[in-house]
Design a protein around this ligand. Sequence first.
Ligand SMILES: C[S@@+](CC[C@H](N)C(=O)[O-])C[C@H]1O[C@@H](n2cnc3c(N)ncnc32)[C@H](O)[C@@H]1O
Length: 303
Amino acid sequence: MTPALTAAEIRDVNTRYHDVAANHYDAKWGIDFGDLGSEQVLRKVRKALGDGAPAHYPRALEIGAGTGYFTLNMLRAGLIDEATCSDISPGMLATLKANARGLGLKVKTKAADAEELPFADASYDLVFGHAVLHHIPNLERAFAEFARVLAPGGTIVFAGEPSRYGDKLAGVPKRAAGALAPLWRRAIGARPAPPAEGGAPDAALEGFVDVHAFAPAELSRAARSAGFEDVRVSGEELLANWFGWTNRTLEATADPRDVPWGWRQYAYRGYLLLQGLDRSLLESRLPSAIFYNLMITARTPEG
Ligand SMILES: C[S@@+](CC[C@H](N)C(=O)[O-])C[C@H]1O[C@@H](n2cnc3c(N)ncnc32)[C@H](O)[C@@H]1O
């Protein structure tokens, strides 16, 4: 059983783990800064915000910005004008700066813990993040900080947070794919994965970086306790997620040079297809708690 860590230890492990992960993060997760990446990010943010949200936000702050997946794509799409990217991992921010340079985009970066933001009160119109809340030990403190740095009537959007049931359900395809991996490698003629170049994230730390999987009500409670209004939590990705985790688990066991182009196309196109099915058929009909990803949006009271 994983021993419990203190909040300070969780923050330290997250920093060390993500500093190393930064070297391979974009390749591992297929982070894209082209049209597909922009479309994916925009769709998620617009879906979370709902109808009637502003067309763009002048001053935006990302929490746990990683290598820039959300901020850089949102800047490219014109959804935000000025961006500050914060993250507890300086290594992630170094990769983000290189990505921004490559795309010719201007961003400010600041290494910071979400629970203690080094920014002035009321200095942003939008505070957002993707796949970060589940790493933060004290969510109430973090939401209080988001509320403090937002101007009156400011908005938060967080997406890509694992739901408790969704996470449990996703364990099934992950375990099945792990058991089938040797057969699958034989079928496609792939060798087992070699050790990652440039140092892989410390596998021993992996079990300590994720500290929550949420029930929707827990996320709303954390936002409401910080004074947020119009709190909305929704779920996304069910079939797409099972399919994606199955393929990612299989692929992680193989030498990437041996995974055929046809397989990659099948995995990529299949994921997009199922994402569309989830969106059009399931997300409006099933309870948010069973989807893999939760998203939350809310506003600070008007002044
Ligand atoms: C799963 S990654 C997501 C990165 C990026 N948002 C994306 O979607 O690609 C989680 C990020 O949260 C950061 N993080 C973890 N704990 C944090 C904390 N307490 N405060 C701020 N950032 C944190 C990590 O360093 C990492 O970059």
